[in-house]
Design a protein around this ligand. Structure first.
Ligand code: FAD
Length: 395
């Protein structure tokens, strides 16, 4: 595989770089740089800017409004968007439900929902996990019982990311309790305005409101909101999860974090010398940089494979594991380089004389704590290792 970028690819990189310089509002890039919570308005504005350019649904085929990029172009876009401190795309509609509808949806579902995802008319969230069903997702208990032209849903979902902004949730529900667990699940689209739904916030360790619990009591959903066939939900969920995991490697974000860590280590003095000259610290930076280079190549290799096969394979678990381990190591190095300036929750005490560091540095402890999530969500790293051992190594 030739890893040198062609002239066309380099020209594309320049086009993306220019685009971000000219179109990304400073207010949004500052919010990303400072590591605070992005508002719904920030995220919707960013999506609209990309959509106007035709770059929003980077993984969709052209027939549905995708830009028709090669894997290398997607990789370049990811690198450049992180370099410009652009937000990550909110993935639920674009990278999860979109591919699912394109493969399993009816023509009516495609015609109705796909343009609405692109135009930002509907904000989607993901209703997979439940209090007793995370790693063991197939044991989920939320019930959908057929009643004439409707399903009646009862149960609870949890860890529903950004559900507080959402209009719709795609849910895995049990439609047949009498068969093998995996064979009695369906994939159903639920309008969050339907009576009987309650959303409650969960606070994360750094104090942010990112996830929620969702309670369903006798929620009536039209049967046309079923995606695929009844009891085909597990197949759909597995397809969705491989898409979820491809983006999860976060190569561009880690490249940006690596540059930040190096800059911090150059300017931070320890024992009269820049921290970057400390052999132990320098060795950790070197190790994570080597790992990141290897992951970049693995990521490209898998993007090529996904383009040929139409969907990424179980190997995306490698990206999930390596991507999150690298990202967490970089957040740890930044926190250690900053020392007291990265004290827990300084974002809460930066007014007046209590300011400890510029906003871009003061949120580092919060970012470190928040990023513990990455080795848990999208299927924990232990579960990814189980998948690799079975599906790839055939152990
Ligand atoms: C910030 C955040 C956002 C999330 N967003 C969403 C969302 O939007 N929608 C959604 O549906 N879900 C979401 N999740 C849920 C996420 O997918 C689950 O947390 C994850 O699948 C783990 O499930 P669990 O939390 O129930 O942990 P458990 O499954 O209870 O696991 C607990 C621990 O045991 C380990 N473990 C469990 N089983 C095994 C095994 N067989 N072998 C080895 N180790 C094992 C796990 O790795 C973990 O360390 C989110 C989670 C977080 C933290």
């Amino acid at each position: 595989m030739d890893l040198t970028f062609t002239d066309e690819e380099n020209a594309f990189r320049q086009e993306v770089r220019d685009f971000f310089r000219e179109n990304l509002p400073k207010e949004i890039s500052d919010a990303v740089k400072n590591g605070g919570e992005l508002t719904k308005e920030h995220m919707e504005r960013y999506h609209a800017i990309l959509n106007e350019k035709g770059w929003l649904a980077s993984t969709w085929p052209e027939e549905y409004g995708g830009p028709g990029w090669t894997p290398v172009q997607r990789h370049i876009f990811d690198e450049e968007s992180c370099r410009a401190y652009a937000p990550r795309i909110v993935p639920f509609g674009l990278n999860m439900l979109g591919p699912v509808l394109q493969k399993f949806g009816t023509q009516e579902q495609k015609d109705y929902y796909l343009p609405r995802i692109l135009n930002g008319d509907d904000w989607w969230c993901q209703g997979d996990s439940e209090p007793g069903a995370g790693s063991d997702l197939a044991s989920l208990k939320t019930r959908a019982v057929r009643d004439g032209d409707h399903y009646v849903i009862n149960g609870q979902k949890t860890w529903t990311k950004l559900g507080q902004h959402a209009d719709w949730i795609f849910c895995l529900c049990r439609t047949d309790p009498d068969v093998k667990q995996q064979e009695g699940i369906s994939f159903i689209l639920v309008d969050l305005k339907t009576p009987g739904i309650e959303m409650r916030p969960i606070k994360l360790i750094e104090g942010g409101h990112e996830v929620n619990e969702v309670f369903f009591t006798d929620v009536r959903v039209p049967v046309e909101n079923l995606v695929g066939k009844e009891n085909q939900g597990w197949t759909i969920a597995k397809y969705l999860l491989t898409h979820e995991r491809t983006g999860i490697a976060g190569v561009g974000a880690s490249m940006q974090s690596l540059e930040e860590v190096k800059a911090l280590a150059r300017k931070t003095m320890r024992s009269g010398k820049p921290l970057i000259e400390d052999p132990l610290f320098a060795a950790r930076i070197a190790q994570v940089e080597v790992d990141l280079e290897a992951m970049k190549i693995t990521n490209l290799r898998m993007l090529f494979k996904a383009q040929k096969q139409g969907a990424p394979g179980a190997e995306t678990s490698i990206l999930k594991i390596k991507g999150t381990v690298i990202n967490q190591e970089l957040k740890d190095l930044a926190r250690r380089a900053l020392g007291p300036s990265a004290a827990p929750f300084p974002g809460h005490i930066t007014d007046g004389n209590l300011a400890l560091a510029p906003a871009s540095e003061a949120n580092n402890a919060a970012r470190y704590f928040n990023n513990r999530k990455t080795s848990i969500f999208g299927g924990s790293n232990e579960i990814q290792r189980n998948i690799l051992s079975k599906a790839v190594l055939e152990l």
